[in-house]
Structures are given as structure tokens and as C-alpha cells.
Design a protein around this ligand. Structure first.
Ligand SMILES: Nc1ncnc2c1ncn2[C@@H]1O[C@H](COP(=O)(O)OP(=O)(O)OP(=O)(O)O)[C@@H](O)[C@H]1O
Ligand SMILES: [Mg+2]
Ligand SMILES: [Zn+2]
Length: 270
């Protein structure tokens, strides 16, 4: 038998509550059901520990952070309108500007408020996992790994373009993005690279292919920030066709601003 504290006061345990503000419209899923389902989906969403604290509610946007107010508004609007409007988001800005925080906040809000299944993947980690699971003897990749990437309702792909491009990486990203596009699934993407076509200067990909060391570089997932990092554009890192595909799938939200890690964290922690 349940004690009074265990029974949900909103629905008395039925799982349904009157539509807020419009009881004449009948009943809707109770918050307690969304919370219970939300807990399970949050666990499946693969949010890295480092970003567990990220919520829309603790995303600062006033005073010194007022340059982020438009991004916060875009995030709230996205959550409110999903799934009527399934257009994704392309969050673009320099390191530490708050892109991943906002993406994780959106993902948690979709889960907790709407019970939507979401998955978070870091771009470099995802490519590495796919590559590691590739079985050369049968020339296939473990489908169990790819299925949520293809099929989850909302995918966060964090730090797009963060590893050096190779033909295999481009093919893999193209397959993921195009499959989601064709199936009308929503993708939220963050990236550091300026939203511009390939810069002739930085188009090393073709040069690399002729480079005898190309395969050595191709397997380097540890690349962090090469000295010439800032010369690259998004077009350089993911290819122009993929960049223009992303514009069909996503609304662009610019988030340039001070590096939160340096400027604000060091101020508050001494
Ligand atoms: N507007 C904000 N309000 C509160 N915390 C923030 C805000 N922006 C960033 N942070 C915090 O600062 C840290 C860095 O932010 P985040 O990881 O989102 O940056 P990023 O733009 O994704 O950087 P990178 O390009 O390096 O991945 C995180 O701990 C995040 O929670
Ligand atoms: Mg980030
Ligand atoms: Zn309830």
C-alpha cells in the first residue's frame, strides 16, 4: 500500500491531470509520469559528466553575458516549438562561449518537459567509436552503435569538425546527417569553426591525400588545437555540400563572446 507522500498530489496516482488552464480540454500526462520517464531517458542520453550541471535555467544571459540573450531565447523557443517545428540548431561560436552548455540544457528540457528521446555525442568520440567497431572481416560497423545516432528523435552532435577531415570521416558524417535529414529527425550541432565556405588557403585535404604520411594523420583522433586552427572554416572541416545541408536542417545561432572558462570561472574561483 502506498503512503500519502508517495501518491502524486496532481493526479492521485492515475498518471493523468487536467490540461493546465483549460480543464475543459480533458486530461494530459501528469508531471510525475514525465519525471519518471525523463529520469530513464536522461540516463540513456549519454550526457558527459563534465556537462551534467548544464541547464537552460542556469545559463546566464544578463549583464556581462547579455551577448548570449538571443541564443538563450532561441533555445527556449526551440524547446517550446518542438516537435511542431523540427528545425534543428547550429550553434556557432568560439571556444568557451557556452555552446555545449546550451545544447545540453535544450536536450534536458526536451527530455524532462516533453519526454523526447535525445542522445548526446561528441563528434570526435562518435567517429572514433564507429571506427573502432568496424569489423574488417565483414566490412560492417556495429549497427547497435549507429542505431541511436540515426534514429533518436533529437541528436546533439557536439564540436562538429573537431578532428582533421579524411574521406572516411566525411563519408561517415554525410551518412549520419543525410539519414537524419531524410527521416525528418532533428539535429543540434555545435562548432567552433566560422560558418564560411572552404578557404582556399586551408584546403589541405586534397594535399593530404597525396601526402605519404596521410594515413598516419588520418588516424589521429587526439588532435586538439593545431597552431593554424583559426585558419579553418566550417567548409574546410566538413566540406561545402555538408555545410549547405546543415543550413537546410538547422537555424544558425551565433554565440561568439568571451571564453566563459577563462573570464568568469577564474574570477569566481580565484
Ligand atoms: N552563459 C553561461 N552561463 C553559465 N555557464 C556557462 C555559460 N556559458 C558557458 N558556461 C560554462 O562555461 C563552461 C564552458 O562552456 P561550454 O563548454 O558550453 O563552451 P563551448 O562553447 O562549448 O566551448 P568549446 O568550443 O570549447 O566546446 C561550461 O562549464 C559551461 O557550463
Ligand atoms: Mg563545447
Ligand atoms: Zn502525477
Amino acid at each position: 500500500m502506498k503512503t500519502a507522500t508517495e501518491v502524486c498530489p496532481l493526479c492521485a496516482g492515475s498518471g493523468w491531470k487536467p490540461v493546465p488552464g483549460a480543464p475543459e480540454r480533458g486530461v494530459t500526462r501528469c508531471d510525475c509520469q514525465l519525471r519518471a520517464r525523463g529520469g530513464a531517458i536522461i540516463a540513456a542520453a549519454r550526457i558527459p559528466k563534465r556537462y551534467e550541471h548544464c541547464e537552460l535555467s542556469n545559463f546566464e544571459f544578463e549583464g556581462p553575458h547579455s551577448h548570449l540573450a538571443h541564443a538563450r531565447t532561441a533555445a527556449y523557443r526551440f524547446v517550446e516549438e518542438y516537435p511542431v517545428d523540427k528545425t534543428g540548431l547550429l550553434l556557432i561560436g568560439n571556444a568557451g562561449s557556452g555552446k555545449t552548455h546550451l545544447a545540453v540544457g535544450i536536450l534536458k528540457a526536451l527530455i524532462c518537459e516533453k519526454g523526447i528521446e535525445c542522445v548526446f555525442y561528441d563528434y570526435a568520440d562518435l567517429l572514433k567509436q564507429i571506427q573502432d567497431s568496424y569489423n574488417p572481416s565483414v566490412q560492417t560497423t556495429e549497427l547497435g552503435l549507429l542505431r541511436p545516432v540515426f534514429e533518436t528523435e533529437v541528436l546533439v552532435l557536439d564540436d562538429l569538425g573537431s578532428v582533421r577531415p579524411t574521406d572516411w570521416r566525411w563519408d561517415t558524417v554525410r551518412l549520419i546527417v543525410n539519414t537524419r535529414y531524410n527521416d525528418s529527425r532533428t539535429t543540434i550541432i555545435t562548432t567552433n569553426f566560422p560558418n564560411k565556405p572552404p578557404a582556399a588557403l586551408a584546403d589541405r585535404r586534397t594535399t593530404k591525400a597525396k601526402d605519404p604520411n596521410a594515413t598516419k594523420h588520418a588516424d589521429d583522433f587526439s588532435e586538439q588545437a593545431p597552431a593554424d586552427w583559426e585558419k579553418y572554416t566550417l567548409g574546410d572541416r566538413i566540406g561545402e555540400p555538408m555545410r549547405s545541408r546543415l543550413h537546410e536542417m538547422c537555424r544558425v545561432v551565433k554565440m561568439d563572446g568571451p571564453d566563459f572558462r577563462k573570464k568568469f570561472k577564474s574570477a569566481s574561483f580565484g
